[in-house]
Design a protein around this ligand. Structure first.
Ligand code: GCO
Ligand code: MG
Length: 402
């Protein structure tokens, strides 16, 4: 089998997605997601200007060799743009392999290690009572792992909270929006939220929370300690993670489990965090982590240190990545949980898929390959629109991590 064509489909059905389609001489094709939220066209150019010409004529079954060729062959390594581009190629090749062998991708990764993939939902509200209601709604929908984010009293808006009754969506069209941040107000409020949630929903439901890189290690230690009575499933991205040894300080003070890595793109970004057992869940996802080939190795390394996966799955990961993550999560032994932030109805229409949700678990389906398609005619009706993630400032006007 030979690759005969590779091209991009860039569309914006409610939000931007960059999708790679690789065709072969046997009529089988594969899809990969190359979306990097807010920097989409950089990955598109990396692919179409640099990687795709190198693929024509290659055997799509050679996933390991092609991965090494693209990674080592560039000389310049790592980074979200490079790794998302390699990830898109890799996932499309696994899709082709599954279709050619007439089997779902999870069978190529070890088969089903579990019956379904536990997923967590997003619940959020502008204040405490709205957030409690939103968590209760998630429970009614069947989720038993729920991420709770709430507006903080005295702050006009915060991470993870929708504006004006719409579903929460991180990127906004136009130039970057700006939001305000106060660590002190947040630290005073966050424990009240989880105290209230435990009173209202009881001890059974897994509760998760995303700090979104906003604290220093000692502040994160204070928060983790304060949240211990409410036994969170995890506290996510408590600090920006460039300083991996900073997590030693957090670990010294709290047993609240820690999840990190949605902005990582290589196992080397998490090397010390894993081997010193400073985190419990690795959040790197298939596309940004360089594809299934690289993620399988990262997960196997993490398994040796009791670190489980908790792949990023916000709406900016397309249905192609969600499908890939579900195949991966079904197969690997050290799976922890998968994020499930529902795509809009329009996005789902552009990307018809086989995966299903039932009582808190998802399954990728049994179709050959990934089990996701793209309706190119519909996609063409929604052209790319520039959009950015917000920028955050402290109360004194200085820039902080969003
Ligand atoms: C999450 C994330 C996201 C990111 C988004 C950035 O845990 O789901 O933190 O919502 O902010 O993916 O593009
Ligand atoms: Mg996050």
């Amino acid at each position: 089998m030979k690759i005969t064509d590779a091209r991009l489909i860039i569309c914006s059905p409610d939000r931007n997605f960059v999708t790679l389609r690789i065709d072969t001489d046997e009529g089988i094709y594969g899809l990969g997601d190359a979306t990097l939220n807010g920097r989409e066209l950089a990955v598109a150019s990396y692919l179409s200007d640099h990687l795709l010409p190198c693929l024509i004529g290659r055997d799509p079954f050679q996933t390991e060799d092609i991965w090494q060729y693209l990674y080592r062959g560039a000389y310049w390594r790592r980074g979200p743009v490079t790794m998302a581009a390699i990830g898109a190629v890799d996932v499309a090749l696994w899709d082709i392999k599954g279709k050619a062998l007439n089997t779902p991708v999870y069978n190529l990764l070890g088969g089903q290690s579990r019956q379904g993939v536990m997923v967590y939902s997003h619940a959020n509200g502008r204040d405490l009572s709205e957030t409690v209601e939103s968590v209760q709604k998630s429970i009614e929908e069947g989720y038993f792992a729920i991420r709770a984010q709430s507006g903080v009293p005295g702050m006009s808006g915060t991470y993870g909270v929708p504006k004006g009754g719409k579903a929460y969506e991180p990127a906004e069209r136009g130039l970057p929006a700006e939001s305000l941040w106060s660590t002190e107000k947040y630290l005073r409020f966050a424990p009240n939220l989880f105290e209230k949630l435990r009173v209202e929903i009881g001890p059974e439901i897994h509760l998760l929370h995303d700090v979104h890189h906003r604290l220093t290690p000692i502040e994160a230690a204070r928060l983790g300690k304060a949240l211990e009575p409410y036994h969170l499933f995890w506290m996510e991205d408590p600090v920006p993670a460039e300083l991996q040894e900073g997590f030693e300080l957090i670990r010294k003070h709290t047993t609240t489990p820690i999840a990190v890595g949605e902005v990582f793109n290589s196992v080397w970004d998490a090397h010390d965090l894993i081997r010193h057992q400073l985190i419990d869940y690795l959040r790197m996802t298939i596309v940004h982590g360089g594809g299934i080939t690289a993620m399988k190795k990262a997960a196997d390394f993490a398994a040796m240190y009791h670190v489980r996966t908790g792949c990023h799955g916000a709406t900016d990961l397309s249905p192609v990545t969600l499908a890939a993550a579900l195949h991966f999560g079904l197969a690997i032994h050290n799976f922890g949980v998968q994020e499930h932030m529902r795509h809009t109805a329009l996005t789902d229409e552009v990307f018809p898929h086989q995966y299903t949700f039932d009582a808190g678990y998802m399954h990728p389906g049994t179709a050959p390959g990934l089990g996701v398609e793209i309706d190119e005619t519909l996609a063409a009706r929604y052209p790319y629109q520039r959009a950015y993630l917000p920028v955050a400032r402290r109360l004194d006007g200085s820039i902080t991590d969003w």
